[in-house]
Design a protein around this ligand. Structure first.
Ligand code: CAA
Ligand code: NAD
Length: 292
């Protein structure tokens, strides 16, 4: 099964990155957002990332232009009708994803593979919303997609070998290193990473140190590329909150429970770097830690 035309549903932080790596790898890409404003914001994100690659000498201007020429931006779901693969990267909400996959199931060719980039929802629950669970797989990319090498390829008990192999090969073809993961909520990385981020928030609530000092501790003490609060802002406070709720619901273990401070940030719309504020103010040179 060869994947030449790729649909990407949602062009937020992750969708724009997935579209970018697929277009750079030579696929025809169809990107769909809910409305014109979200579509233009997503297109802007993709173009900014390509411009960054050009300025860093990783991509020629002509390769950037070719990648953009291969990418179609739309608000019409019907434009996925010719896709060999559709990767879903919309909000981390079960009902929203199920509704989308049920529509994709009737729009996409019978042989097309449907994939979700979900961080925490069981792939089986999404596959069950379609008539093609054999051609359904998890393709979990990491943020920022153009930089992070890993893709977790997740199969359910219904995923066919052909589908899994095609998804694995596709991940390689866009320059990633795939691993096979079982369909448990959080797969491999988030099982370990999410409790770490939530625990950092709990330690902050206990007053062990400031946001800035906890971040310094983990970067300078452990060599992590960014501290836990920078990472929370980077992932998205709203997304992390949804992930924690889903994983807590699944496992009923305290380490996945969303801490009260995370809920407060969501209530205040402090969704992290993408909205300019989370634990930090991202509109200033810095970033600058905010009052909590
Ligand atoms: N898009 C494209 N390229 C980017 C980028 C972006 N958003 N951010 C950084 N880069 C590139 C830069 O161009 C640069 O490339 P070169 O070295 O080739 O020039 C390289 O990445 C390093 O960037 P910087 O020097 O600007 O910054 P840095 O050294 O601090 O690295 C980082 C930035 C790669 C993001 C690094 O801080 C990092 O690895 N952070 C941890 C990221 C992480 O843990 N991601 C996983 C999140 S969890 C998840 O994704 C799963 C989930 O389900 C929630
Ligand atoms: P985001 O908030 O940046 O973007 C989500 C986008 O989906 C928005 O632009 C929104 O307009 C759009 N959207 C909502 N409903 C839609 C629909 N029905 N059709 C098309 N678009 C729709 O979120 P994100 O960080 O890109 O996360 C997307 C998915 O990827 C989530 O499932 C998340 O858990 C997962 N994920 C996130 C990260 C991360 O670090 N942020 C990493 C890996 C996986």
């Amino acid at each position: 099964m060869e994947i030449q035309t790729v649909g990407v549903a949602g062009c937020g932080l992750m969708g724009s990155g997935i579209a970018e790596v697929a277009a750079k790898a030579g696929c025809a890409v169809v990107v769909r957002e809910v409305d014109e404003a979200a579509l233009q914001a997503g297109r802007g994100r993709l173009e900014k990332s390509l411009a960054r690659a050009v300025s860093r000498g990783k991509l020629d201007a002509s390769e950037r232009d070719e990648a953009l020429a291969r990418t179609t931006f739309t608000t019409e779901l019907g434009d996925f009708a010719e896709c060999d693969l559709v990767v879903e990267a919309i909000v981390e909400v079960l009902e929203a994803k199920k509704a989308l996959f049920s529509q994709l199931d009737s729009i996409c060719p019978a042989g097309a593979v449907l994939a979700s980039n979900t961080s925490s929802l069981p792939i089986t629950d999404l596959a069950a919303a379609t008539s093609r669970p054999d051609r359904f797989v998890g393709l979990h990319f990491f943020n920022p997609v153009p930089v992070m090498k890993l893709v977790e390829v997740v199969r359910t008990i219904a995923t066919s070998d052909e589908t899994f192999d095609a998804a694995f090969a596709f991940s390689k073809s866009v320059g990633k290193t795939p691993i096979a993961a079982r369909d448990n909520s959080g797969f491999v990385v988030n099982l370990l990473l999410v409790p770490y981020m939530l625990d950092a928030i709990r330690q902050l609530e206990r007053g062990v140190a400031s946001v800035e000092d906890i971040d310094k501790a983990m970067t300078l003490g452990c060599g992590y590329p960014m501290g836990p609060f920078t990472l929370c802002d980077f992932v998205g406070i709203d997304t992390l909150h949804k992930i924690a709720e889903i994983m807590f619901d699944e496992y009923r273990e305290e380490r996945y429970a969303p801490p009260p401070l995370l809920r407060r940030l969501v209530a205040m719309g402090r969704f992290g770097r993408k909205k300019g504020a989370g634990f930090y103010d991202w509109t200033k040179e810095g970033p600058v830690p905010l009052k909590l």
